[in-house]
Design a protein around this ligand. Structure first.
Ligand code: GLA
Length: 376
């Protein structure tokens, strides 16, 4: 299994919760192709919790899809998704039950991994509810890590223990390819801001083959759906998406992609932002604050092509001027270089700066540039 770049796709949970069925999955897979998401790099169509019957098959002990939601079964759905050039993701849980109280994979890890492989599953999100207290968390992720490898199919292992047990220290050793590092996101500014801030000092552990997953995006939800709780503005969605890209985090859409407006589609298919996310070196950003406000954040990230990504994030309630002193990120005045900035949102003209960059950023919004050194 090679997961060299942060996985990109869509997951049912943020908007639909338990209200899922095969028609929703098929029509969303159609949108990947029709709206250009697939061409922009989105690949995984993921069914989250609530897809199975409440009990296992009494004869075989296997998980069984709920026939009312998935009358054609999972193999047919997976064939449909594969025929579109996409990949199929599913969900289970390390405990006895899933978070929404369906059967979990505890003590059934190898059987379930085999079942997923037979259905043509390419991605497994693995949650952490109803864990027996007698077994520690790392052991449970080790088990599914081995079970997936033994399943006979390449299945991306997406661990989801919400950052517990200092997950970044050991998760890579279990074979996981991405790992949720925080509690669940909600569709409001406080939620994505606190998630982003909580990971700034832990991104060094996020690297090719095992990426820090700061949760599914709420971009484009506008306060509708399961995790709505307030909603966000377009400025917030720009900031959220850009933060995830500066982090080289997995980009899993969580809105109803069948109903995306033009602004949302433009943002989530922004080629320059996606290139920052998918940069092959996946370096964590250097970060700094405005001298007198930790709500005004500057991120600078080395890119594989020798350029940099430079992001200014205003997490405050009022507009602000945010400075970045270039010496703080490795470019002292004595170096003899200016920097040339290119706006990834395509709104500003390219501009050259010396020693510092200073930009006006409206409340909740961000400014993101690629930055090139130019000899004076
Ligand atoms: C947990 C996870 C969520 C989602 C739900 C499903 O809360 O963190 O992302 O998968 O379970 O019940």
């Amino acid at each position: 299994m090679l997961v060299k770049k942060p996985p990109m796709g869509w997951n049912t949970w943020n908007t639909f919760g338990h209200d899922i069925n095969e028609e929703l999955i098929r029509s969303s897979a159609d949108v990947f192709v029709e709206a250009g998401l697939r061409d922009a790099g989105y690949e995984y169509v993921v069914i989250d919790d609530c897809w199975s019957k409440k009990v296992r098959d009494p004869q075989t002990d296997r998980l069984v899809p709920e026939p009312e939601k998935f009358p054609s079964g999972m193999k047919a759905l997976s064939d449909y998704i594969h025929a579109k050039g996409l990949k199929f993701g599913m969900y289970s849980c390390a405990g006895q039950r899933t978070c929404a109280d369906y059967p979990g994979s505890f003590d059934h890890e190898f059987l379930d991994a085999k079942t997923f492989a037979e259905w043509g599953v390419d991605f497994l999100k693995y949650d952490f509810c109803y864990k027996p207290t007698s077994v520690d968390g790392p052991t449970l992720y080790r088990r599914m890590g081995m079970a997936l490898r033994a399943s006979g199919r390449d299945i991306l292992f997406s661990a989801c223990n919400w950052g517990s047990d200092n997950v970044w220290q050991w998760i890579r050793s279990t074979g996981a390819h991405m790992y949720r590092s925080t509690g669940d996101i909600n569709d409001n500014p406080e939620s994505y801001r606190s998630i982003a801030r909580s990971q700034l000092d832990k991104l060094g552990a996020s690297a090719p083959e095992c990426f820090n997953d700061v949760d599914m995006l709420t971009v484009g939800m506008y306060g509708k759906g399961l995790v709505a709780n307030g909603g966000c503005s377009d400025a917030d969605y720009r900031s959220q998406f850009a933060l995830w890209c500066m982090f080289s985090a997995p980009l899993m859409l969580g809105c109803d992609i069948r109903k995306m407006n033009e602004e949302t589609l433009k943002l989530v298919t922004n080629r320059e932002l996606i290139a920052i996310d998918q940069d092959e070196e996946a370096r964590p950003p250097m970060w700094g604050h405005h001298p007198w406000s930790d709500k005004l954040l500057v991120l600078v990230k080395h890119l594989a092509n020798g350029k940099y990504a430079l992001g200014f994030f205003n997490m405050d309630e009022k507009d602000a001027e945010i400075p970045a002193i270039l010496a703080d990120y490795g470019l002292p005045a004595s170096a003899g270089y200016d920097v040339r900035l290119h706006d990834v949102f395509g709104k500003e003209e390219d501009k050259t700066w010396r020693e510092y960059v200073r930009v006006n950023v409206p409340a909740h919004d961000c400014r993101v540039y690629t930055m090139e050194l130019v000899q004076r």
